[in-house]
Design a protein around this ligand. Sequence first.
Ligand code: ATP
Ligand code: MG
Length: 423
Amino acid sequence: MRGARRGKTEDAVCGGLPRPEGFAGEEEGGFMYQAFLVKYGEIGLKGDNRHIFENALRSRVQEKLKPLGEYNVTREQGRIFVECPEGYDYEDTVEALGRVFGVSGFCPVEVIESTEWETVKRAVGDFVEKTYPLKNFTFKVAAKRADKQYPITSPEICAGVGEYLLDRFSELSVDVHAPQEVITVEIRNRAYVYSKVLAGPGGMPVGTSGKAMLLLSGGIDSPVAGYMVSKRGVELEATYFHAPPYTSERAKEKVVDLARIISRYTGPIRLHIVNFTDIQLAIYEKCPHEELTIIMRRYMMRIAEQFAKKDGCLSMITGESIGQVASQTMQSLLTTNAVCELPVFRPLIGFDKVEIIDIAKKIGTFETSILPYEDCCTIFVARHPVTKPILSVVEKSEELLCDVIDDLMKQALETTETIVVEP
Ligand code: ATP
Ligand code: MG
């Protein structure tokens, strides 16, 4: 029988949910699950394209587990099965599966090699014996019979296994309407039994919805924005603007660290690091100071869009939210947006800061985001920035840059450092 060594003591992420109580799967001396059954929600609705989504999900699961060992990930009949290697780490596996977009939930399962009826019943009994130290709960049995040749029907499986469990464990009782535990038995070429569903992040597998360019700063919002769009199956690329020597190497490292944390969910991220100093200095020197931020934001969007188009991104992403700062009023967003041809997605647009912080904590970016390094946006700011910029006025102000801006843009594009950030 395969087994997993005991993992770390801290709580696994479990897709953001605490591990269920009385769940003996990873306890010292407890038995270990041999496999996980991965469930997906929305991709099941994709009709003829369904296999594309299922294959992508299988690949994403495989990629996430690869650093942990030789897992066998297969796709069969509306399910993805993960067979774990000898001595696998339960908590690391749970944590990794909790990071795969497209996974709605996953169940640690006990594999029953034979589907012989008496063997199945006994094995389900052993499963209950080992999984639940206390057996004073109500339950019902659910059955799925992928093998339609199997001589016992699903209702007969439920009734037969239920009866067996009641006979074997006198404290158990059945409640078919609101059971505390549902013991599910699936009959395929082998039999599987499980009773716990751990939460996955939901969404769609990365790679099924094209690629987008995230404007990634060192703040709290933009990593969350990237996470949210990527959750819908979108591959991420990112652009970061820094202004050395006004912004430090550590500020840049912080952004690379944030990209690395997001890449644990999204997969590798190509990160363009743009030296924005000379453009910022030119804006500072030539343009009205109350428009500094908005003009700077327009140049950021222009530059990021150039990389986006070159690399085949279909949209851009920012962490903006209406009214959060002067450059995120409706008028400011309109003025910034005016320079973009690609659609700009702002998944946080209706979120309050506290709601964004909640997500940042859940996905693990918050602690890095609040490290106190300077951002280029905060170096050159006016005391009284416009909150209701008028597009034509801002365009007029930008004309003051006409002598220098083409060269500066060219230089910024040419000196950009591009790295691939991986988990
Ligand atoms: P964040 O937490 O994302 O830094 P913020 O509240 O600081 O958000 P702003 O500084 O106004 O917001 O920036 C709005 C958006 O513009 C950010 O969410 C990000 O997408 C983009 N942005 C801002 N500064 C930079 C930067 N230095 N490099 C890349 N993108 C940036
Ligand atoms: Mg910021």
